[in-house]
Design a protein around this ligand. Structure first.
Ligand code: GLU
Length: 308
């Protein structure tokens, strides 16, 4: 083990209410960094200004603070980092082919297009094959998104919770979007640039992003950035197995009106198997008992306290 400072982060997209599952994820990211004597930072992933109002972001920050989760560094706002993403795009261009894609939603979701396990599509490289004249023609009526070419290469990594992972980029992900047609940089690019700039050494986040990780590792390599250690925590659901939503009913804000922060933290820690009995606790009291080995691998079931 090197003796570099551990830097962990929680990076919510403020597109709705924060639910108990998001709070649990933030708690584990915080505990993971702090249990190694590290720093913890918060980054607001508000790339999409229309979907991510400032008020939702501020509510998330308040909710986190209410349970004792604060950023050790000034909060990073992705909406303020476009120039960093632009520079990264320029650098990527010198290492890989980036091409405009004029395909419509309907074309991308046609029945013959292969679906990926994460709900995305395997892009058939339609626009990669266009001639300069065809591009020029399309340019007149369509604003393109931009895709990066991926090699026929297997990316492997060891997830701290899920173990060995491997994905062939060409077959399991395909050429993916790094800048949308409305000019907004894609999550995949922004997350890599920001983790790199903040010196993030470990990423604790939901398993819904496990499948995206190889393409992020690919971008890290092209940009000459180190790959953090990943810990993908399983889906958090209620005891009937229902996935939580970002609607008000499941919101962490609602919980804070009914329960104390200590009660919520204690119950979440119990649900994540960090402590054996649910009991009110301050988040920092959980630093010593925390270990990624204790976190369930398949599903985390919330206790009845979280149900309406
Ligand atoms: N912003 C993403 C989300 O809220 C998480 C990104 C990440 O942790 O890499 O789902």
């Amino acid at each position: 083990m090197s003796n570099e400072t551990v830097i962990g982060r929680f990076a919510p997209t403020p597109s709705g209410f924060m639910h108990a599952g998001n709070l649990l994820c933030a708690m584990l990211a915080y505990l993971s960094a702090k249990s190694k004597g590290g720093k913890f930072i918060i980054r607001i992933e508000d790339l999409d200004a229309l979907r991510c109002p400032r008020s939702s972001a501020l509510e998330i920050i308040d909710t986190l603070a209410a349970v004792g989760i604060k950023s050790d560094e000034p909060i990073v706002w992705q909406s303020e980092r476009t120039s960093a993403y632009k520079s990264a795009e320029r650098l990527l261009k010198s290492h890989a082919e980036i091409y405009p894609c004029y395909c419509t939603r309907a074309e991308l979701h046609a029945p013959q297009i292969t679906r990926l396990p994460d709900g995305g599509i395997l892009y058939p490289q339609t626009c990669k094959k266009l001639s300069a004249e065809q591009r020029e023609e399309k340019e007149k009526s369509v604003k393109p998104s931009f895709r990066i070419s991926v090699p026929d290469e297997i990316i492997t990594f060891t997830d701290g919770i899920r173990g060995e992972q491997r994905q062939n980029l060409a077959l399991g992900c395909g050429d993916f979007i790094i800048r949308r047609s409305d000019g907004v940089y894609a999550y995949q690019l922004a997350v890599v640039v920001d983790d790199g700039e903040s010196g993030v050494t470990e990423v604790v986040r939901g398993a819904d992003l496990l499948y995206d990780t190889p393409r992020q590792i690919y971008l890290q390599r092209l940009l000459g950035l180190p790959t953090p250690k990943y810990y993908h925590i399983p889906l958090v659901c209620d005891f009937s197995g229902r996935k939580l939503s970002k609607s008000e009913g499941d919101s962490a804000q609602r919980l804070l009106k009914t329960f104390t922060a200590r009660q919520i933290i204690g119950e979440l820690a119990f649900a994540a198997n960090i402590i054996a009995e649910p009991k009110p606790m301050d988040i920092d009291e959980l630093i010593p008992p925390y270990s990624a080995d204790k976190v369930p691998k398949d599903k985390i079931f919330l206790t009845d306290m979280f149900m309406k």
